[in-house]
Ligand binder design. Structure first.
Ligand SMILES: [Zn+2]
Length: 143
């Protein structure tokens, strides 16, 4: 930061509060863009939301975070020897299931009926959560 901020820079407490709110969002956004963690979630939420969504279901959270029955996640936590989709032999993560995997054609068709093609990951959280839940189906149930 270039200059020291003083109380006299503001007309009232509300201005200070608003300034701190946007300063916090800017810092958070910078950290979010430059982190190497949470990149699956970043692909769905590239911008730190001003107001967080109130609730997520368990399965939609798994899809949006990648922390679910995805081979990439199971491999990361030591529960699978590789991170590959057993059908496509590509990395199995939410992006693979949503954009490419033939095992999730029905779920993808439901998305395409609600959102313009090509599917844009960061638009998906705007949809009702149930459209994301099917992508977190247990891998063995998907066959
Ligand atoms: Zn696949």
């Amino acid at each position: 930061m270039e200059h020291i901020i003083k109380k006299s820079d503001f007309e009232n407490h509300l201005q200070i509060k608003e300034y701190l709110h946007y300063l916090t969002l800017d810092l958070w956004q910078h950290r979010w863009e430059t982190s190497n963690k949470g990149r699956t979630t970043f692909s769905f939420f590239p911008t730190v939301p001003e107001l967080p969504r109130i609730s997520f279901s368990k399965l939609s959270t798994q899809t949006l975070s990648g922390h679910g029955p995805f081979m990439a996640h199971l491999h990361r936590i030591g529960k699978s020897e590789d991170d590959l989709c057993q059908h496509c032999h590509e990395r199995d993560d939410p992006q693979h299931r949503i954009l490419a995997c033939p095992l999730f054609t029905d779920e993808r068709s439901n998305l395409i009926a609600r959102t313009p093609e090509p599917i844009c990951l960061h638009r998906l959280p705007e949809l009702p959560l149930e459209f994301l839940e099917g992508f977190a189906r247990d891998y063995n149930e998907a066959t």
